[in-house]
Write a protein that binds this ligand. Structure first.
Ligand code: ADP
Ligand code: ZN
Ligand code: ZN
Length: 687
């Protein structure tokens, strides 16, 4: 080192490999002297065979823990300018630490494929033309914003207050919760906040659970604004996603709408973040890099110093808890916008009642009444397929997936059995494989069976089924939604896909066929989800001038929590649940990390977790509550045995410190290399 003429900077680079470290490189030889800057991509030789990899410079240092002469030299810088701001880099570093995910893998989520895979791909020199630009060519030159179609109404006072509160916080970090039932005008509030922000030349980022399920939200923005809107979601082609990403990064698109992965999109001048349906579980990524886009975006808002608005008719318990602690400001929209009225909720006791495809006789009578009055009907059943079980009535055999601990679902029209956990599909057995009895019987009801029964009862009505099976084709969901809105169908049935924020103005009757599973689930979050579902589904009815009715079929009409959500509404139900969580020390009154393992035998999966528990929890057991190791609720999936160990502690910091300390040690151990294991920080699903 003594005779180095000039001290070369050392590049600390994140490389997409599953290792929790940065890699040190020397700068490339470039023809033109180019300054390396954090956030730029570089092409580097990696591993023994000098495989070419694309990495991102995270920092530049004068020192390395390795001898300089051992460091490899990067091949080339791939960008002239950083793709990520220092703030966004901070967020990415934080996410990697907090969720215990190798930095290279976090960058994989943060970069579009094109920039990740192809060293020749350059950031776009010129902004991509979007349709909206053609509509309004003055935008690019003069930055003139025109709203194409201003609303024909004035905001009500609650809406006005919400818009003003967020607007007054432009340039500052603050978290707001916009709490209003479906139809109370939340989307209108988003639109008006965005309108005021965009005038200042800044950008609004709007996250939605699933774009495919919310085409109307994108449409409302497109109808309102003549500025370019970048839409980011995973079903886009790589090219389209790359272009949308670039339009967000360069600031060409003042409005960016996307699913959870858009939480990482670079923005030239972020001004406000909005999360619609913040309680939705699809904001949590369930494999690989298991982040929660809502929590991440709140962190990002604090780093970028801008306000963030969480909208929901049914805020999550975590969010309500934060309101109670005074961390989030609660903005309420108590009334339905326009003059739509709140629906009447009614419980149908189905004890001792004969059900036909899940429907009681009383429900069918009610349906006839509504159809005579020309109302639309929406039936909700959260199970697709014809029947969740196929059983032999002679010997008791049940069709079971060969890879999972799960029964196979009968799909009648396809004459197939499907495993909904591993996607295994087999042809329907002509007879019992165990005793050759010919009469195999479907047990239970799925949406396909319900549809068949409805066709029999209402042969003259147009019936539409909405679930993953009927909407696989691209755009078919959107077409179906349009068809419902245009009143071309009178009976709609479907799974939770129809529970999201759609506006069906002619629906007058909504029925939830089976609410009871949720009341007795082993998952402590299932009651919260039940209350959200009832409230969301009820919100589908009576949105325009017609009064709506909601019917819940249950065998537990006296259940106190069910009564609470029906009689007092979601907030008081949720507060009661929070009391329970506090008493039992469950989140949000504690923090959890779930460690999962997977092996060829259950013993191996369990033994691995037992040894972790023994090695690392002797001294800390008083602060931690440990649950397990136990077999996962679904013990075998995709042919592997699964086990889990749950850590719970009263403080987030405590869990975090412990993880930083322990994970590298666990990883260095020989046994961990022979087993698949993962960590889920703040898990929301224990399966
Ligand atoms: P949410 O997002 O809460 O479901 P929306 O913003 O979609 O509610 O509003 C529901 C309907 O009411 C929409 O058709 C919207 O245009 C209309 N609307 C919103 N605010 C008002 C208002 N202040 N006066 C009249 N109509 C309104
Ligand atoms: Zn049999
Ligand atoms: Zn399976």
């Amino acid at each position: 080192m003594t005779n180095t003429p000039r001290k070369l900077p050392i590049l600390k680079i994140a490389i997409p490999v599953p290792l929790r470290q940065l890699f040190d490189y020397l700068p490339p030889n470039t023809e033109v002297a180019q300054q390396p800057r954090p956030g730029m991509r570089v092409l580097v030789p990696f591993g023994n065979h000098n495989q070419k990899k694309i990495g991102v410079i995270v920092s530049i240092s004068e020192e390395s823990d390795y001898p300089i002469e051992k460091l490899k030299q990067a091949y080339a810088y791939l960008d002239k300018e950083p793709l990520f701001s220092l703030t966004l880099l901070d967020l990415i570093l934080w996410a990697s630490r907090y969720y215990q995910c190798p930095l290279g893998e976090v960058f994989e989520a943060a970069l579009p494929n094109r920039l990740r895979k192809n060293a020749k791909e350059k950031p776009l020199k010129k902004p991509v033309k979007l349709n909206a630009l053609e509509l309004n060519p003055t935008f690019l030159e003069k930055k003139e914003i025109t709203t194409i179609e201003p609303p024909k109404f004035t905001l009500n006072s609650a809406q006005r207050e919400a818009v003003t509160a967020v607007q007054n916080s432009f340039g500052k970090f603050k978290t707001f919760v916009l709490d209003g039932v479906t139809g109370s005008g939340k989307t209108e509030v988003y639109l008006q906040i965005a309108a005021r922000l965009v005038e200042t030349g800044q950008q609004a980022l709007v996250l939605v659970p699933e774009i495919g399920l919310t085409p109307q939200l994108v449409k409302r923005f497109e109808e309102r604004f003549s500025v370019p809107i970048a839409v980011l979601n995973s079903s886009l082609s790589e090219k389209k996603r790359f272009e949308a990403w670039e339009n967000a990064r360069t600031g060409i698109a003042p409005i960016v709408i996307g699913t959870r992965l858009a939480a990482f999109v670079p923005l030239k001048s972020p001004g406000v973040f909005i999360i619609d349906e913040e309680h939705d579980s699809s904001f949590k990524q369930q494999d690989g890099f298991r982040y929660h886009a809502r929590d991440l975006l709140i962190m990002r808002a604090s780093l970028e110093k801008c306000p963030i608005l969480l909208g929901s008719a049914t805020p999550s318990l975590e969010t309500l808890h934060n309101i109670h602690l005074g961390r989030f400001q609660h903005l309420k929209l108590p009334l339905r916008a326009g003059n739509a009225s709140v629906p009447v909720l009614q419980v149908l006791d189905i004890r001792h009642k004969k059900l036909e495809a899940g429907m009681s006789a009383q429900l069918i009578v009610k349906m006839r009444e509504h159809l005579t009055e020309k109302g639309q009907i929406l039936l909700f059943l959260n199970r697709r397929g014809f029947a969740p079980q196929l059983m032999c009535f002679s010997c008791g055999w049940v069709a079971q997936c060969k890879n999972c601990d799960a029964r196979m679902t009968l799909h009648y029209k396809l004459q197939q059995l499907h495993c909904h956990h591993c996607e295994t599909v087999i042809p329907l057995y002509p007879e019992c494989p165990s005793c050759n009895y010919k009469d195999l019987k479907p047990i239970g009801v799925g949406t396909e069976r319900l549809e068949t029964a409805l066709q029999k009862h209402f042969p003259n009505e147009t019936i539409i089924r909405i679930d993953r099976d009927t909407t696989r084709k691209k755009d078919s969901f959107k077409e179906t939604i349009d068809c419902i809105r245009n009143n071309e169908a009178s009976i709609l049935l479907g799974t939770q896909m129809i529970a999201k924020g759609h506006h069906f103005p002619n629906v007058t009757l909504v029925a939830i066929l089976d609410i009871d599973q949720a009341l007795f689930s082993i998952d402590f979050r299932s009651l919260e989800k039940m209350g959200q579902l009832i409230t969301q589904v009820a919100g589908r009815s009576g949105r325009a001038e017609r009064k709506g009715q909601v019917i819940l079929q249950t065998c537990h009409p006296e259940n106190p929590l069910l009564k609470k959500v029906l009689e007092e509404g979601y907030l008081s139900f949720a507060n009661a649940l929070l009391q329970e969580r506090r008493a039992t020390r469950l989140p949000p009154y504690s923090y959890q990390v779930l460690m999962r393992s997977e092996a060829n035998t259950l013993d191996r999966a369990l033994n691995f977790l037992s040894s972790i528990k023994q090695q690392y929890f002797q001294s800390t057991t008083t602060k931690f509550k440990l649950l397990g190791p136990i077999p996962a609720p679904m013990e075998r999936r995709l042919g592997k045995y699964r086990a889990q160990l749950l850590f719970q502690a009263p403080e987030r910091n405590f869990i975090q410190k412990w993880l930083q300390h322990i994970v590298p040690q666990i990883e260095a151990e020989a046994q961990t290399k022979r087993i698949r294991w993962s960590l889920d920080v703040d898990p929301i699903d224990m399966y």
